[in-house]
Design a protein around this ligand. Structure first.
Ligand SMILES: Nc1ncnc2c1ncn2[C@@H]1O[C@H](COP(=O)(O)OP(=O)(O)OP(=O)(O)O)[C@@H](O)[C@H]1O
Ligand SMILES: [Mg+2]
Length: 260
């Protein structure tokens, strides 16, 4: 059984298909990348998984359970979290508080029992804090913990965004262009964090990214979208050599990865 199984997802906007009959699987423990030219439907796909968009038809199953029946705000508790292409932090809140917000999305509904049994509430709160502290350490965010997120350098904000998603303790994390706008050093740092999240923390990663060097280095498996349809799937080497992928990317600014 795959961790995530996407089957025949179609999503239209005013009759125009952003996604058409899209099917693929994400195996537990892998880093799977979703690539494709601008407007191919990558963010729309993440939005269907996270619940921001509701597809016209198809099925998305997480651990064999239909996600489309689960309201968006409850999907975090099922083990799903994400980052956004455009940073979506609470700019006035500190790094620590942004991560606590990410953590709260995961909290159980047992608030009443927590109130009745204060001891348990404290233990819970400690557990959440501990997780957030772990994430802060792991991402090297300690120097920024009390600073308002909105005033941090862009590369650090991208890391806080990752931290917020990680604080929710996801089994599957959806990353929408985590390297976008970063310099080489920041990109290498982010690539290392993604690998560590996967290898050390056991989180399955679904990565949307235009930096093909990164995609080819990190991915176990690649799904290629073009005009809302799956053009190819396979190992990095397989998709790089796929004639349809080559044709779709020829002349684009991302074409350099072909035939490496
Ligand atoms: N909310 C929306 N309303 C109308 N059209 C939309 C909406 N969201 C996405 N689309 C359309 O769906 C198509 C796919 O867009 P999407 O943002 O998913 O592409 P993408 O692959 O993420 O592109 P990029 O690489 O530029 O981020 C585009 O034609 C886009 O205009
Ligand atoms: Mg996008």
């Amino acid at each position: 059984m795959a961790l995530l199984e996407v089957e025949k997802i179609t999503l239209t906007f005013k009759g125009i298909a952003a996604l058409l009959d899209v099917s693929y699987r994400i195996e537990k423990g892998q880093i799977v990348s979703l690539i494709g030219p601008n407007g191919a439907g990558k963010t729309s796909m993440l939005n269907c998984i996270s619940g921001r968009y509701v597809p016209d038809s198809g099925s998305i199953r997480l651990r064999d359970e239909e996600l489309l029946d689960v309201p968006a705000h409850r999907r975090t508790r099922r083990g799903l979290s994400r980052t956004f292409q455009n940073i979506a932090l609470f700019k006035g809140l500190s790094v620590l508080d942004n991560l606590m917000v990410g953590r709260h999305a995961r909290m159980d509904a047992g608030i009443l029992s927590s109130v009745l049994y204060l001891g348990r509430a404290r233990a819970e709160e400690d557990r959440h804090r501990r997780r957030v502290e772990e994430v802060i350490d792991f991402l090297g965010l300690s120097p920024y913990r009390h600073q308002p997120a909105g005033r941090l350098p862009y590369g650090v904000q991208k890391r806080v965004e990752l931290g917020r998603a990680l604080a929710a303790e996801p089994e599957l994390i959806l990353l929408d262009e985590p390297m976008a706008g970063m310099n080489l050093e920041e990109t290498e740092d982010m690539a290392r964090y993604i690998l560590d999240i996967n290898e050390e923390w056991g989180v399955t990663v679904f990565l949307v990214e235009h930096d093909m060097g990164v995609v080819m280095d990190l991915s176990d498996h690649v799904v290629v979208l073009d005009f809302g349809q799956v053009l190819a799937t396979g190992s990095p080497a397989e998709v790089q050599a796929d004639p349809a992928v080559v044709a779709a990317y020829l002349g684009s600014q991302d074409a350099a990865f072909l035939g490496r």
